[in-house]
Write a protein that binds this ligand. Structure first.
Ligand SMILES: [Zn+2]
Length: 245
């Protein structure tokens, strides 16, 4: 299931669709340039809204792991990746279109010093960006909302605020999760991390769910199912790390 995303996201998408003149049927009509622009606006809003760390030891650790992952990812051309920490206790990690990745402090606390697990989570987010999953959702929304016309030039701070909220709450489909997992553990493995780190992360989430009333945010945006865990286990057993190559 794809969660309906906000009107602004759809409106922006239609605007892009009309500006680019490529028609709305092609689900890949949002160009990398458009993605980067949307991600830039949304990340500026994230950094206005939350305390974002870029120079702390945690932020340096996240950025260093991100850089190692990028050496083995599939989509680097024209995509300005960044890896930062949001100082908030949610157990969550998010990626915005066109490169920005944020890891929440609550997730760092949950994983402790386990670099393999952290690398697999970061690589999973890179997998979503590489596979253009948020762009795909924007395109799908546009298909359902043809007729709304908002040109990007006219966007207001309020529009960007709604867009950012939509993007932070984007819930991925099962197949997008499988793809991001497969890409993620492939990148992490090639970067020298243990792919089993993703299973460690899943186990910690499950443990957390059992012990607390309030669940991890990451489970809402990246649903964890038995089928998903089984798939990751099988990829690791078969050592099938060559995603898309
Ligand atoms: Zn995901």
């Amino acid at each position: 299931m794809i969660r309906p995303i906000g009107r602004f996201l759809a409106a922006v998408g239609v605007g892009l669709c009309l500006i680019s003149g490529t028609g709305c049927r092609n689900t890949n009509f949002i160009s990398t340039k458009d993605e980067v622009r949307i991600g830039k606006d949304a990340s500026a809003e994230v950094e206005r809204r939350y305390k974002v760390e870029t120079t702390t030891a945690d932020a340096r650790r996240v950025a260093a792991i991100g850089a190692r992952i990028l050496n083995h990812s599939d989509r680097r051309e024209g995509v300005p990746y960044s890896f930062k920490v949001i100082d908030k206790n949610d157990v969550n990690a998010v990626s915005l279109p066109g490169g920005p990745v944020y890891v929440y402090r609550g997730l760092l606390d949950l994983l402790g010093s386990d670099d393999d697990a952290l690398a697999c989570v970061i690589a999973h987010e890179v997998g979503h960006i590489d596979a253009r999953h948020s762009a795909k959702q924007m395109s799908q929304q546009i298909a359902a909302n043809v007729g709304i016309l908002v040109l990007l030039k006219g966007k207001t701070a309020q529009d960007i605020g709604s867009l950012t909220t939509d993007l932070l709450n984007l819930s991925y489909s099962r197949s997008d999760e499988y793809e991001a997992d497969h890409r993620g553990i492939s990148y992490a493995h090639k970067a020298g991390f243990k792919a089993t780190g993703l299973l460690t992360f899943f186990a910690k989430l499950q443990e957390m769910e059992k012990g607390k009333q309030q669940g991890a945010e990451v489970l809402r945006t990246h649903p964890l199912t038995t089928a998903r865990m089984d798939r990751v286990q099988k990829i690791i057993e078969k050592q099938d790390y060559r995603f898309g190559r």
